[in-house]
Ligand binder design. Structure first.
Ligand SMILES: [Zn+2]
Length: 329
């Protein structure tokens, strides 16, 4: 029986898992992503988090059959370029090679893929996407990312497909984190939502407990948990901003469905997972008025693998990579 390592590198946290041949999670660990330093510091934390997961699984990292990594940014042969939201990562960094050195696993297959696409693949193979041949995975968190499966295969275009977060839903609309205007992410990304909440609270005097909750829970950002808590308390400003986000997601996802006619939409990401089924239902309802073929809307469901989906998906990358190497030799 072989075991594989999976690492999900996010802007907020590094999630690692050790899985067996049948995708059972044998151990997992989570560490905050460094907010200072550079790619080498991030790679060190990733290695430490994988060691922790291996320890929890009572395995040595050197005993793994391979390691997969899901990373933001542009990925080519284990190198990662311009990874947004990560400290000092404007240039190109040889992530696979750095992990190989840090873990002392020379020669072990280490494969790096796009974070959102590996999470979509995991839902397709093991999670909510299993019954479908075509699906759109939407990851609602700090930003809004998406991955596509068309005819049973991942579709990445020329490397830039699936940017549902940057579909324009309002010409000359709100400023997006990407620098453009009117994108879905400008209304629904957690980073943009926090900026908007701060403006309305500090400059326009709207009342909210969001920032008090943030301090009370010792957070430096409005996390998904803080948003969920404020919604539960019926905080007016939080409710208004989340409603606006749901409307933006509905319009953006419906537009993607009008183009691709996928059977299913899987909603994941920090906010998607935390807010769960009631919000998947609300997003589905917000899509309705924008769907052209409105007699058969796609199923909208929450990602079944939850917070571990990205790391499990990364481990799948190794499995298929290993299989490919074996077939070629
Ligand atoms: Zn944008």
């Amino acid at each position: 029986m072989s075991s594989y390592g999976g690492i999900d590198l996010g802007g907020t946290k590094i999630q690692t898992v050790i899985v067996d041949d049948e995708h059972n999670v044998l151990g997992s660990a989570r560490r905050p992503t460094p907010t200072t330093g550079g790619p080498a510091d991030v790679a060190c934390e990733m290695a430490a988090a994988l060691c922790e997961a291996a320890k929890a699984a009572e395995l040595a990292v050197t005993a793994l059959a391979g390691i997969g990594v899901g990373s933001p940014g542009t990925i080519e042969a284990g190198n990662v370029s311009s990874a947004r939201n990560l400290p000092g990562w404007e240039g190109t960094f040889p992530l696979a090679a750095a992990l190989e050195t840090a873990l002392g696993v020379g020669g072990m297959p280490i494969l790096v893929g796009n974070d959102v696409q590996v999470a979509t693949d995991a839902e397709f193979k093991l999670g909510s996407g299993r019954p479908y041949g075509t699906l759109l995975g939407v990851f609602w968190g700090t930003g809004v990312g998406a991955g596509l499966i068309l005819d049973g295969k991942p579709w990445t275009g020329r490397g830039g497909a699936g940017e549902v977060g940057h579909m324009v839903i309002e010409i000359d609309g709100a400023r997006c984190t990407c620098g453009r205007r009117g994108c879905v992410e400008a209304y629904a990304g957690r980073a943009a939502m926090e900026t908007h909440a701060r403006e309305l609270h500090e400059q326009k005097g709207h009342k909210t407990d969001l920032f008090k909750l943030m301090k009370d829970h010792d957070r430096t950002r409005l996390t998904s948990g803080i948003w969920a808590r404020a919604l539960r308390d019926e905080d007016k400003l939080a409710t208004h901003i989340i409603d606006r986000a749901v409307g933006a997601l509905g319009a953006g996802i419906a537009s993607a469905v009008n183009l691709l006619d996928v059977e299913s939409v899987i909603v994941g990401g920090g906010l998607g997972i935390r807010l769960g089924d009631p919000y998947a239902k609300r997003i589905s309802e917000a899509m309705r008025p924008h769907l052209f073929a409105d007699n058969r809307p796609p199923d909208v469901q929450v990602a079944a693998l939850g917070d571990l989906g990205g790391a499990i998906g990364a481990s799948l990358l190794v499995e298929t990579g290993v299989a490919r190497t074996a077939a070629a030799s």
